[in-house]
Ligand binder design. Structure first.
Ligand code: PEP
Ligand code: MG
Length: 588
């Protein structure tokens, strides 16, 4: 501070989950809930309520049209078509007439009446055993929320449609919000909740948006329009930054730009260790839009395609045909490199609008991923058929998420076989030799890895989940984020079991969780014998430089040494020491 007039800044410490610095005005998103209050009205107020209702329907209609237009421009007319069904809801005469009738009969405010009638209507349709009507029920629910918000005078959740560049500050941003927001206008993300391996954090990294999570109650302290600096490296949100702070960050950005320039030169080089071991370096993607960033950053294909992200914001699930088209286009873009498509991993912190996501006490341990798919074979088979058909044009591989043991894996494989037989009978082309893998992200699967290895072609270790289950640390809970320790001795043992099983059965093994992009831990993963690392595209150059700087034999020795250690911090210190000695300029 210099002098009495010195500007004072306030710092809020969170967890930096996506590197980069953003500076500008914040836009605070308040979670104002969707409760609908009920109150009596006088008969004389009916006309006014009808007027409000009509205005809300017109407003909703124009919002839907606007959204349809935006999606048509950014993704394509086909996806925009899903909003046609929403338009039908605001024009549905039966629904509207019933609202008007009940309004006069019951004398309650119109938002309450509308919610009641629409919910009843949707519930009735959803119980009929007809896929078309069930889809209509979902459309009604979606549109109902919109109409009610308009009746309540609440802005639609349209930070998703910002028209000026802002740093978004929210209590929580869901993965589906991240998938739909306009990236051009979002310079940075900051949230009260969240941790490093939440899907919002993962998405912001792949979108290259600086992000800080776990800021506790910061949304209650700040207002839209305030000037901040967001430091995604060390997890700081600085309100009213002083000139000194701005100067410091200017310097930091300059250094980062220099390192980034050096790294771009690595794009065409191979990720081979000093002693000649090739480590396949692939990229993780959430949406087809992310594909171009993979070759641009020098990745050798896609190691994890999180397909569920395509479907988080939709009122209806995609058909086999639509999925085939999507996977085919991505496979063509990525070929001849591999595209590893993971089957739907819905559940946990990823909830699709189109599904009945009944609240669960422990969603991460609940009805998610392969468990969900094995109970909804129509959904699972449509996806597997779509993927297999795309295998005809690209180098496609399939992997199943959240496998917990042999029988589950065998059931998933049997469904895949069934799909192949059907496709063959129907005359569809596909690649008979498509590799199939299992994600190892539950400790029970790691412990049974040597048996699972006999069934499949590869393992891909999902450390984000594996660590949360191994040490019982919820990956999205900021209160326990400090307990999330990738170098916990137990985690190390699980990783080693999987890598050893893969070697013994001559299948390949990769890591696609966030641990693969943690520069201090690359020596450990290489020493354990990982054949592939799959990380967010923006991390690929740094990881490649790390791989090129290391000797595999030294990494193996490191693993021999750290297996003897008792604590996470000792193991981390040894790994960091080795990373520092080989590529110190990339750390810190
Ligand atoms: C993981 O769990 O490490 C993983 C890669 O899958 P996701 O992060 O999508 O759960
Ligand atoms: Mg996972």
């Amino acid at each position: 501070m210099n002098g009495d007039n010195a500007q004072r800044e306030t710092r809020f410490q969170g967890v930096g989950v996506s590197p980069g610095i953003a500076r500008g005005k914040i836009h605070v998103v308040r979670d104002d809930g969707d409760d609908v209050a009920r109150h009596r009205i006088e008969p004389s107020e009916i006309a006014n309520e009808i007027g409000r209702f009509e205005t809300a329907l017109i407003q909703t209609r124009s919002q839907i049209l606007e959204m349809q237009e935006r999606i048509a421009q950014s993704i394509g007319a086909k996806d925009a078509g899903i909003f046609d069904a929403h338009l039908l809801v605001v024009e549905d005469r039966t629904l509207i007439d019933e609202v008007l009738r009940k309004l006069q009969a019951d004398l309650f405010n119109v938002e309450f009446i509308f919610q009641e009638v629409a919910t009843h209507y949707a519930d009735t349709l959803s119980k009929i055993d007809d896929p078309y009507l069930r889809e209509r029920a979902l459309d009604i629910q979606d549109v109902t929320r919109r109409v009610v918000r308009n009746l309540q005078g609440k802005a639609p959740k349209d930070f998703l449609a910002l028209t000026e560049r802002h740093i978004l500050l929210a209590h929580n941003i869901t993965p589906s919000d991240t998938a739909t927001m306009n990236r051009e206008f979002v310079m940075g993300l900051a949230t009260d909740l969240g941790s490093r391996t939440s899907h919002t954090a993962i998405m912001s990294r792949s979108l290259g948006i600086p992000a800080v999570v776990g800021l506790h109650d910061v949304t209650e302290k700040l207002e839209t329009g305030r000037e901040v600096l967001l430091d995604g490296y060390s997890g700081l949100l600085i309100l009213d930054p002083t000139p000194e702070t701005l100067w410091h960050y200017g310097e930091l950005e300059h250094k980062k730009v220099l390192v980034a320039e050096q790294l771009t030169g690595l794009r065409e080089t191979k990720s081979i260790t000093r002693d000649g071991r090739h480590i396949v370096l692939s990229a993780n993607i959430e949406l087809p839009d992310d594909v171009p960033a993979a070759p641009k950053n020098g990745a050798e294909g896609i190691g994890l395609y999180r397909t569920e992200f395509l479907y988080l914001n939709r009122a209806t699930l995609p058909s086999e045909e639509e999925q085939y088209e999507t996977y085919r286009k991505v496979a063509e873009q990525v070929a001849p490199h591999p595209l590893i498509i993971r089957t739907f991993d819905l559940g946990g912190d990823k909830v699709a609008g189109a599904l009945d996501a009944s609240d669960e006490m422990n969603p991460f341990m609940g009805h998610r991923a392969i468990r969900f798919c094995l109970e909804h074979l129509d959904i699972f088979k449509a996806q597997l058929r779509g993927i297999m058909r795309a295998s005809a044009v690209g180098n496609v591989k399939i992997m199943f998420p959240m496998i917990s043991g042999l029988e589950e894996l065998q059931r998933a494989l049997a469904v895949l076989e069934e799909c192949k037989t059907e496709l063959q009978q129907e005359g569809h082309a596909f690649d008979q030799g498509t590799e199939v893998g299992a994600m190892i992200e539950i400790p029970s699967a790691a412990m049974c890895a040597s048996r699972l290895a006999r069934e499949i072609d590869f393992f891909s270790i999902g450390t984000n989940d594996l660590i949360q289950y191994a040490i019982a640390v919820d990956r999205v809970n900021e209160r326990v984020a400090h307990l999330y320790e990738p170098t916990h001795p137990a985690v190390l043992r699980l990783l080693k079991m999987v890598a050893d099983a893969a070697r013994e059965h001559e299948i390949w093994v990769g890591v696609c969780g966030e641990m693969a992009g943690d520069l201090a831990l690359i020596p450990l993963l290489l020493g354990l014998g990982m054949d592939e690392l799959s990380v967010g595209a923006s991390l690929v150059p740094r990881v490649k430089r790390a791989v090129q700087s290391l000797a595999h034999s030294e990494c193996q020795k490191l693993v021999g040494n750290v297996m003897e250690l008792d604590t996470s911090s000792e193991i981390l210190a040894r790994c960091t020491e080795m990373a520092q000695a080989n590529y110190g300029e990339l750390l810190g």
